[in-house]
Write a protein that binds this ligand. Sequence first.
Ligand SMILES: Cc1ncc(COP(=O)(O)O)c(C=O)c1O
Length: 385
Amino acid sequence: MKPASIAAQGLGWVDEQTRAIAPPIHTSTTYLRDPDNQYRSGRIYARDHNPTFDQAEAVLTALEGGHASLLFASGMAAATALFQALAPGDHVLAPKVMYWSLRNWLMNFATQWGLRVQFIEMNDPDDVRNAVQSGKTRLVWIESPANPLWTITDIALTCEIAHAAGAAVAVDSTVATPVLTRPFELGADIVMHSATKYLNGHSDVLAGTLTAREDSPLWLRIKSIRAQMGGVLGPFEAWLLMRGMRTLFPRVRAACDSAQSIAERLTQHRFVEEVLYPGLPGFPGHAVAARQMHGGFGGMLSIRVRGTKNGTVTGENAAIATAANVQLWKRATSLGGVESLIEHRASIEGAGTPVSADLLRLSVGLEDKADLVADLEHALAQAHS
Ligand SMILES: Cc1ncc(COP(=O)(O)O)c(C=O)c1O
C-alpha cells in the first residue's frame, strides 16, 4: 500500500468480532489479570497501554517507515520525554530557530536538570561540525522547516555529521509531515510530531508523537518515561487523532498548493517586504527543501509587512493592523488545521525571540485560495490606508 492508502484506510483495520470498519474507543483504565496471576493480554493499566492507541501508532509507524511509535498528551510531552531520556551532563545541539516553547523549556528546565544544551545555526553544516563533540554529544535536534522562519536543515547531511560523532538525531517533522518528508530515509533516529497540527488537522485535539527508527536502549527509556510520568493521551483524543489522520494526505496536499500560490502572489505585493516560504526559488534552503520534501513545501509561510513610506506606520504596526483587518483568516496561534490562521508571532514569543516585529505567520488551511488571497490583500490595504 502507498502511504496515502495506509492513512485513508487506517492500515485497513477491521474489527474481527463485529466487522466494524471504524475502531472502538477503549475507556477502561485497567485490565483483568488471569487466574494464574499472569497478564497474557499484555495490558495491565492505561498509563502503559490503551488499545485505542494501537491503530494511530501503527499507522504513523507505517507512514514514517519506522519501528514503533508512541502517542503523548501533547507535542511538548513527546519532545520533553525524549530529552528526559538523556542523562544529566549529556551534550545536546538544538537550532537557534525552533518552536519557541520547546526552546524555552530547553533553556530553563533541561539545563537546570543538567543537560548541556547548545543552540546553533542548524541549517549551517559547518556550525554543526564545529559544535558537535565526539563521544559527548548525545542528541542533535532538528526542526525542518523550522518555526516561524521556515528555515530548512539538510537532514541527511546533519545525520552524517552527528552519527560520525556518535550522536543520535531527532527531527521535529510537525510542519513537513510524513506526506512531504520521511526523516528515517535521510538517516534520522527519532521523529517527533505535534499531532495537534497536521496529523489531527482539525484544531480540536492536543497530542504528540515520537517514532523510533529501530529498537534501542534510548527508545526503551522513552517508553518507560511515558508510562511512569504519565504524559499519555486520553482515549477519545487518540480516536479523534486516528480519524484526522485518515485525511492527512489530501489536507496537506491542498494546503501546500494554496500556500505556494499565496507565497508567489505576495512576493509581488507592494506592502510586503519579504515572503518566507521554502517553495520560493529565492528562499535560502530552497534547493535542500526541493531534495528532501516531496510533493510540496508545506502549508506554512510568513510575511514581513512593510511600514508606510513616510514612516508614520512602522512594519510592526502595519503587521498587527493587517492581522486585525482579516475577516476570513482566524487571528489565532497554532497551525495545521482546516481553517487558515494568522498570527503576529513576536507578540506571542516575547523577549529574546529571533522573529522580527513586522512578521506575520500564516497557516494555510483548506478554504478557497482566491478567498484567502483577497482577504489578505484587503487587510494589507486597510493597514496602509
Ligand atoms: C513545530 C512544533 N513543535 C512542537 C510543538 C508543541 O506541540 P504541542 O502544542 O502539541 O505541545 C508545536 C506547537 O505549536 C510546534 O509548532
